[in-house]
Ligand binder design. Structure first.
Ligand code: SF4
Length: 223
């Protein structure tokens, strides 16, 4: 992949280009919101852990029963593992996810008085919680600037040449550099939705893409 900054492409020009991209996405895409159904920070944390290697749609089919059965982190910490596994089975990797949920719930209960912490440092001490999950929480329920880098943001950022990296932490750092902090949450969420609905992994819908003129990917199917 080509370098982001070339002799004709300064960092400030790249910032302006990303602003054009986000303005176009804002004008053409539906209202932006996290698509995992939740009512509390804990429910969003549970849903985000379940969304690993699974669609949000599938998670949203599973969580109504799950949230009816268990309410507080303590309920998950004390759950019967087999029952919890059965409830989340459709999301895949259910044994690992059940174990992570129970361990995470135990730490939240014992070390954070049953409340989901609201800092990156504290969130990433929770079992099963990495920077992506922490950023989902920070940006969507704690109203803190947060660049979420999932598989869609990584792919779209690469195709748009906003980054030359594939490591999520480095993609996050590049997007942080290109955007003012107040736009971190919205900007990454718009790239995510563009990747989920238009810039698909195997067959990107380039003919329907509102930002095709800004795309530098050699594989795009419109010029
Ligand atoms: S033109 Fe195609 S590859 Fe480029 S951003 Fe749009 S959908 Fe993705």
């Amino acid at each position: 992949m080509k370098s982001v900054v070339t002799p004709t492409s300064s960092a400030s020009a790249e910032r302006r280009r990303l602003q054009r991209i986000l303005t176009t996405l804002r004008d053409t895409a539906p209202a932006m919101k996290v698509e995992l159904d939740h009512r509390t920070p804990w429910e969003l944390l549970v849903a985000t852990i379940l969304s690993a290697q699974c669609t949000d749609q599938r998670v949203n089919q599973v969580t109504p029963n799950l949230f009816r059965r268990y309410h507080h982190p303590r309920d998950y910490a004390e759950a019967d593992p087999a029952e919890l596994e059965a409830l989340i089975r459709p999301t895949g990797f259910f044994k690992t996810k059940a174990k992570n949920l129970m361990q995470c719930a135990k730490v939240v209960t014992e070390q954070f008085h049953g409340e989901v912490p609201d800092t990156m440092d504290a969130l990433t001490t929770l079992p099963g919680v990495g920077r992506k999950t922490a950023n989902v929480l920070l940006g969507n329920v704690f109203d803190k600037p947060a660049v979420v880098v999932d598989t869609h943001v990584k792919r779209v950022s690469g195709r748009l040449h906003l980054t030359r990296h594939t490591d999520p932490d480095k993609v996050e750092a590049d997007l942080q550099m290109l955007l003012p902090a107040r736009q971190w949450t919205e900007g990454s969420q718009r790239l995510l939705l563009h990747g989920r609905y238009v810039c698909l992994a195997r067959a990107p819908k380039c003919r329907d893409c509102a930002i095709a003129s800004e795309c530098r990917w050699e594989g795009k199917t419109v010029r």
